[in-house]
Design a protein around this ligand. Structure first.
Ligand SMILES: Nc1ncnc2c1ncn2[C@@H]1O[C@H](COP(=O)(O)OP(=O)(O)OP(=O)(O)O)[C@@H](O)[C@H]1O
Length: 436
């Protein structure tokens, strides 16, 4: 069909994983008769199409095959099986530095990139001002790109990719490297690009941008296409995959994406259920305290009471934890806080601030505390800390147990205001004739 600009048919990419380098050598020389490698499918039988003018997002956990698809579509990798047909000029922003010669200056790379996509020198000359203005890296344009910071790199790469006016723009996560102003500029360009009826295929872990910009989303898991559909549905399904990451439901999700939406009902409320096993926990979380109390379980719950790492902005969510007491404690304080990825504490509270009496807790008892609030932070990723502390003797502050950087809370926003918080502003506007 004429409006299909990209068609991916039964695409598979298999890597041979060898235990020993010698096995690889033997195999390549044809000296080995038995199979001494494991087959690893980065992609397995993936098919989808993209129509002209669509913005399609690809989401999935780390290693699900997103970059592999983009690399095959752009011709950087060959598939093991299946085919891709592309009906338009592609400009791609894959890994940082792909398509750049490190020894050349930024300017020389602009010409290198442009000619690789098929433009003549004169055509690039005509676009040069736009490219340089967009990149806005000043005199660095004359320096070899090996001296660039990753932010400068992505500025130049995006400036080339977008101003060269491709019919299809392919972006792999790269935008996350730039600062927020540059990101905003790129997203504005995305919108212009969409209005011009051009096609965009992009991979991102930023579910807010996926929800905002995509017409359709393809959800991958472990190299297979789980489902494709409207952004909100796919983001919700992805959240379920994230939650189910450590339990065996993952196979079910792969086989029956639709069914999973209704069928997988975990009894989170059941007291014997361990919540944290459904959370994506930071393997490097920090834990300390004197051991008199122990945070034995915790979970983040959305408005419907489902465990999740992902919260929609302006929706209520609950942080809940269970603390086991190994000694009798009088008036323990329970607390939580959220930090940004740079470590700045953005918000948090505790049972003293909230005037919640906790009384005396006896050895062997388990306390269950929950904090429910509206998510007002902007779209992005935040780190959760939980704690159980107190004051003893002469008002000495004691930490019974604290967990730092437990997990990442992803906030999904379809509107981003200025700064860290959204104050849920309501706007009234009127106009008319001036009254004398
Ligand atoms: N050269 C390689 N040799 C072996 N395996 C590879 C190679 N390149 C990629 N893989 C594997 O292919 C799978 C898919 O990788 P890919 O980079 O496409 O995932 P991704 O979804 O883009 O992940 P991320 O979100 O982390 O960027 C992974 O399991 C990865 O380990």
């Amino acid at each position: 069909m004429s409006d299909k600009i990209i068609a991916v048919e039964h695409l598979s990419k298999m890597y041979k994983l060898y235990d020993k380098p010698m096995d690889r050598l033997k195999e390549s020389l044809g000296l080995s008769r038995k199979k001494n490698y494991k087959e690893h499918y980065a992609l397995q039988d993936v098919s989808f199409q993209v129509s002209k003018g669509e913005t399609v997002g690809i989401i999935g956990t780390n290693g699900s095959g997103k970059s592999t698809i983009l690399k095959i579509i752009t011709g950087v990798l060959n598939p093991t099986d299946g085919s891709v047909s592309v009906n338009g000029r592609i400009s791609a922003l894959l890994e940082l530095g792909a398509g750049f010669n490190m020894e050349y200056s930024g300017l020389e790379n602009v010409y290198l990139n442009g000619t690789m996509i098929g433009f003549s020198r004169e055509e690039i000359d005509a676009k040069l001002d736009d490219i340089l203005n967009f990149a806005d890296i000043g005199e660095f344009i004359h320096q070899p790109v090996k001296t660039y910071s990753s932010g400068m790199f992505v500025r130049l790469a995006f400036a080339v990719a977008i101003n060269i006016e491709p019919e299809i723009l392919i972006v792999d996560e790269a935008l996350s490297v730039g600062d927020v102003f540059f990101q905003a500029k790129c997203y504005r360009k995305f919108e212009e690009f969409k209005k011009m009826g051009r096609t965009i295929l992009f991979v991102s872990h930023d579910l807010g941008s996926i929800s905002k910009y995509c017409d359709r989303v393809i959800l991958l898991n472990k190299g297979k296409k789980v489902a494709e559909g409207r952004p909100k549905e796919m983001v919700d399904l992805y959240k379920k995959i994230l939650v189910g990451q450590d339990v065996s439901v993952i196979e079910e999700i792969e086989e029956e994406a639709d069914k999973i939406l209704d069928e997988r009902q975990l009894d989170y409320e059941h007291d014997s259920e361990i919540w944290k096993k459904y959370m994506l926990i930071n393997p490097e979380l920090q834990s300390y305290g004197d051991g008199r109390a122990e945070i034995v379980d915790f979970g983040i719950f959305d408005e419907e009471g489902k465990i999740t790492n992902t919260v929609y902005k302006m929706q209520n969510f609950t942080l809940r934890m269970k603390i086991k007491f190994n000694k009798k404690i009088i008036n323990p304080i329970f607390a939580f806080s959220l930090k940004d990825l740079k470590g700045t504490e953005l918000t948090g509270t505790n049972t003293v601030i909230e005037k919640t009496e906790t009384g005396t807790v006896l050895e062997g008892e388990v306390a269950d505390i929950s904090f429910t609030q509206k998510m007002r932070l902007q779209g992005g990723q935040y780190l959760l800390q939980l704690g159980c502390t107190g004051f003893e003797g002469n008002d000495d502050f004691v930490v019974y147990h604290r967990l730092y950087d437990i997990c990442c809370i992803q906030v999904i926003a379809d509107k981003t205001t200025v700064g860290y918080f959204d104050m849920d502003t309501r706007v009234n506007y009127a106009k008319g004739a001036v009254h004398e």
